[in-house]
Design a protein around this ligand. Structure first.
Ligand code: GCW
Length: 681
């Protein structure tokens, strides 16, 4: 099988030129494994373009050897003790890179590792073939690095083909049917493997009637998708409806403790594995936003998750059970219910009750993927449970891929957060067992992600899941180097500087012109784009800011509020509780304060709101200016240039709208004028 040919589609971070360094070498690939075959194919293709050659396993001089350690004697012995010592310790996906006496070596214990090693060489480019390199071992920090697709098979009347999708239609389905041509799915798998992702859940966690059938009648479609991504070491998962035994099996109940239900899940799962032997497992959104779940039978979420886990266990599958459980039918007058508390209250009493092959999938913040939230306390509170963290790559709350918002700095902060203070472990270490899950931002758009610069978010998600300590700027450099090869740019330095200037702090810019100080949710209800300060204030969704003439924010203290601060380990419980010590950026998440409250930064809350909104909107306009510099030098593909330019126009407009609505709202509430006398409507 050849590499995917998707000529009308932007190649993202794998343009053919990225393979120039490898493709111009004499290469040997050693090992027998389907993924080693993929490596071979990649090398053959690269050599066909750039004049190199793939040699046999013996004889002849070579510049590059890619070998499984099982073939080590032929390959690695001359690379010294480091290479020899690594053999057998690299694991399923790790690899070693070294260079000595003009030969570059990549060693891996398994095919997936060799493939990751190949893509590492792609990142290194000519750098892999220069001076000697001491042996360097790379292993992923987390074994599970998954993207969830909120794709519907049938177009949903409100949510469309892809729920919260801003990149066109689904890569998998079109108008109710699996796409006839799945070439692009294969190309997607290749891109994902090249940034480190190794799993995809193919359908929406809100499992509607048509999509429920993927588990049974339409399983062949899932198998077809699995076939496309398998050569890139990617396993396929399915979101399933908790009520499947009723909806699909005709049983009168979905009670997880009912024997018939147990048997139904076992038999159904057995069939899944007969069709897709390397199937990954299930993703479940239960008792959440109207989805069915174990509460209907007075059972716990551990009971619910375990019945699926038992069915999957004989085949090595896992169930990702989402912790996004809260009352979405709350009475806004009810001040005792706090959505932020919900996941902790529901799940921590169940710690230790989940089977080993259950992963509790927890959104990084306690509410819902806002541009700024404190970390979910659940991640630190369930030591006897495998916990995974969920990030949102798709920009539901960060500008719908119409705005530039490079999310690696946010994710990096999240992964580095230390629940027990500076001497405790980082959040990344707490999720090693459950891994990282991202809601994908990819679709059938020719640029994959709607906004071409949003490709960097997809790339960064994979890289951070593999290596959470990587600096966002380093990841951005990798993405720039791969995506914008010298052949496609006139002045690479100008391009690099400009993209850094635009993207490095674009998340903070977005934060400045939207909801202030961690209060969140001032978006338009429903689609969640653009400002509507009171849009959710008197609704059932549990996302309020409580602004009145005197102040704003949610009192979640233990002393006088909902007590949410008490869900954190002491180090942060104390800091969040204390008005004086609470970090400014999340102040309104934890406290209701008067407008003249002085922040740690020295300004008052009201002045901070005005200042950040004026600054943020101006910075959005600066982005457009910066992009204009690129045009002058004609550095990038004109279609890409135009797409970015058009979206920057919308970002500037929308940022001004945010600025004016938020400032006007708080001026009218508070009556406090802007100290700098700027125009507020
Ligand atoms: O943020 C909310 C979204 C819903 C989504 C839900 C979830 C798939 O607005 O569209 O549903 O989160 O994570 O389940």
């Amino acid at each position: 099988m050849n590499l995917p040919d998707t000529t009308d589609v932007h190649p993202a971070w794998l343009p053919p030129e990225a393979f120039r360094a490898i493709g111009s070498r004499r290469v040997r690939v050693c090992g027998d494994d389907p993924l080693v075959e993929t490596v071979r194919r990649e090398v053959v293709e690269a050599c066909a373009s750039y004049g190199g050659c793939l040699g046999g396993e013996d004889g002849g001089p070579v510049d590059l050897v890619l070998a499984l350690t099982t073939h080590g004697p032929a390959a690695g012995s001359s690379f010294g003790p480091e290479a020899a010592e690594c053999s057998g310790t690299l694991g399923a996906e790790g690899f070693l890179v070294a260079r000595r006496r003009g030969v570059t070596l990549v060693l891996a214990d398994a095919g997936a590792g060799l493939l990751h090693g190949l893509f590492h060489l792609v990142r290194l480019g000519e750098g892999a073939f220069g001076a000697d390199r001491p042996a360097e071992c790379h292993r992923p920090a987390m074994g599970r690095r998954m993207l969830d697709h909120w794709d519907n098979v049938a177009v949903h009347p409100v949510m469309g083909q892809v729920e919260r999708g801003y990149s066109g239609g689904s890569l998998f389905w079109e108008d109710g049917a699996l796409r006839a041509d799945l070439t692009r799915v294969r190309a997607y798998g290749r891109l994902l493997a090249a940034c480190g992702v190794n799993a995809i859940a193919v359908n929406n966690v809100n499992v509607h009637a048509t999509e429920a059938l993927l588990l049974t009648d339409r399983l062949g479609e899932v198998a077809a998708l699995a076939e496309q991504v398998r050569p890139y070491g990617i396993r396929v998962y399915l979101s399933v409806n908790f009520a499947s035994p009723m909806v699909l099996g005709g049983l009168p109940t979905a009670d997880p403790l009912d024997e018939r239900v147990r048997q139904w899940w076992s038999a159904t799962t057995r069939e899944v594995y007969q069709t897709i032997p390397d199937f990954g497992g299930y993703v479940v959104k239960a008792d959440s936003e109207g989805q069915p779940g174990p509460f209907a039978y007075q059972r716990t979420h551990a009971d619910g998750a375990n019945v699926l886990a038992e069915a999957l266990a004989p085949f090595g599958g896992v169930v990702y059970w989402r912790a996004f459980v809260y009352n979405h039918r709350q009475d806004w007058r009810d001040r005792s219910t706090d959505r932020a508390r919900a996941a902790f209250d529901h799940f921590t009493p169940l710690d230790g009750q989940f089977h080993d092959n259950v992963i509790l999938q927890v959104k990084y913040g306690p509410i819902d993927f806002q541009p700024r939230e404190p970390l979910s306390p659940v991640i630190a509170a369930m030591p006897a449970t495998r916990v995974g963290m969920e990030l949102q790559v798709t920009q539901e709350y960060t500008g719908h891929q119409l705005h530039v918002c490079y999310l690696a700095p946010l994710w990096s902060e999240v992964l580095g957060f230390r629940y027990w203070g500076p001497d405790g472990p980082a959040a990344a270490a707490l999720i090693e067992g459950g891994g990282l899950v991202g809601v994908s931002n990819a679709g059938d758009d020719p640029f994959w992600t709607g906004h071409p610069l949003a490709q960097a978010n997809l790339y960064a998600f994979g890289r951070l899941a593999w290596a959470p300590h990587l600096a966002p700027g380093t990841i951005l450099d990798e993405w720039i180097d791969l995506t914008f090869q010298p052949a496609t740019t006139g002045d690479p330095d100008l391009l690099r500087q400009t993209l850094h200037a635009m993207m490095d702090s674009s998340w903070q810019t977005y934060e400045r012109y939207t909801a202030p100080l961690g209060v969140g949710f001032m978006v338009r209800p429903g689609h969640h784009y653009g400002p509507d300060v009171d849009g959710y204030e008197y609704t059932s969704w549990g996302t309020y800011h409580f602004a009145d003439r005197d102040g704003v924010g949610v009192d979640r203290s233990q002393a006088t509020g909902t007590g949410f601060t008490g869900q954190y380990p002491a180090f942060w419980a104390q800091r969040y509780e204390s008005l004086a010590e609470c970090p400014d950026e999340v102040l309104l998440f934890f406290h209701h304060v008067p407008y003249d409250h002085v922040l740690r930064s020295g300004t008052t809350v009201i002045q901070h709101i005005y200042d950040t909104h004026f600054t943020g909107a101006r910075q959005a306009a600066d982005l457009r200016e910066l992009w204009g510099r690129i045009d002058a030098a004609q550095l990038v593909d004109p279609r890409l240039f135009a797409r970015v330019a058009e979206r920057l126009g919308e970002q500037v407009r929308c940022a001004e709208e945010w600025r004016d609505q938020v400032n006007a709202y708080f001026f009218r509430k508070s009556g406090v004028p802007d100290a700098l006398g700027r125009r507020i409507y």
